[in-house]
Design a protein around this ligand. Structure first.
Ligand code: MLT
Length: 315
């Protein structure tokens, strides 16, 4: 009898997901603790589970001649060469709903940190200084402009209602918002928003969508928040706009190169930098693990049905 299909888990995912996979009709190798050994396991892999660390390039796929499935525990697929996978007939799946609430909540935390200008006060208080003057403002009455109006931005907009915030959005793929958010062209949004909040998927077309030209169109004293993908924003242009005082602050959970060892924004005191942890909550990761396992088990079930001779399983 042929051995059960091998599922290789390349990146750390929720431990309950590994247990659930092990209970399924497959063999499981958890290679997340030993990335150097991934290549050895790929030779026999039927399925590959990744989060963000593993870059599923055409070269990596070439090491996996039996691969049928790439499953990403997360939303974005920019670390997977989807075209190369499809050309080989490899199915690519993700967990589009798992991080929505976690990322939406982080986004709102960023708005409040920035608008109240809390970072300098936190630093001063820690350092033993009692400095009660601040450049802080209220969030109420402000306009948030979403660049990209998908699941996460919509969740943020819904949660902003009680804050008394007006919402506008730019999204070339959305013709009607279907809610209170008004759609705008990008330049109009940049000119109107007090906070520009980036939520678009990264594509080859929109790298540095927020470049020096776009940032110059933002309102003087505006804030920039990016919880999507680092390459959507030109970090050097952000650093310059902060230095000149054109932008009042920025919160960046994502960077063009991660980890961002030499990003020019890191040194600016009005930047809130976090290490791509939008989806990193207990709840978000449990959901991502549960959803990715469901996708793997579904594909295993379909594969088994396709392999079974006609009439098999019929009593
Ligand atoms: C996502 O695309 O969902 C996030 O980047 C997930 C993650 O943090 O791994």
């Amino acid at each position: 009898m042929a051995p059960a299909p091998l599922v290789v888990v390349a990146d750390p995912i929720d431990p309950t997901a590994i247990e659930a996979l092990r209970a399924g009709p497959c063999r499981v190798v958890d290679a997340s603790g030993a990335p150097a050994e991934l290549g050895r396991h790929l030779a026999e892999a039927w399925g590959l589970v990744v989060r963000s660390r593993t870059k599923v390039t055409a070269e990596l796929l070439a090491q996996a001649p039996q691969l049928s499935l790439v499953a990403r525990a997360g939303v974005g697929l920019d670390n997977v060469d989807v075209a190369a996978a499809r050309a080989r007939g490899i199915r690519v799946v993700n967990t589009p709903q798992s991080a929505t609430v976690s990322v939406a909540e982080l986004t709102i935390a960023f708005y409040l940190l920035l608008v109240r200008d809390l970072l300098p006060s936190i630093g001063a208080t820690r350092a033993g200084r009692w400095e009660r003057s601040t450049r802080g403002h209220e969030l109420a009455g402000r306009t948030v402009g979403f660049v990209g109006y998908g699941r996460i931005a919509r969740e943020v907009a819904r949660r902003l209602g009680p804050f008394g915030v007006r919402t506008i959005a730019y999204d070339p793929y959305v013709k009607e918002s279907g809610d209170a958010t008004e759609l705008r062209e990008l330049d109009a949004l940049l000119a109107e928003a007090d906070i520009v909040s980036v939520h678009a998927a990264l594509t080859p077309e929109n790298r540095h969508l927020l470049d020096a030209r776009a940032i110059a169109r933002m309102r003087p004293g505006a804030y920039l928040v990016n919880v999507a993908r680092g390459a959507l924003v030109d970090e050097a242009a952000v650093a310059e706009a902060l230095r000149s005082g054109h932008l009042a602050g920025a919160a960046l959970d994502v960077f063009e190169h991660e980890p961002p060892t030499d990003s020019p924004v890191l040194a600016d005191p009005h930047v809130v930098p976090t290490p791509h942890l939008g989806a990193s909550t207990e709840e978000g990761q449990r959901r991502a693990g549960r959803d990715v396992v469901a996708e793997v088990l579904r594909a295993l079930g379909e594969g088994a049905a396709a392999r079974a001779p006609a009439g098999a399983g019929v009593p």
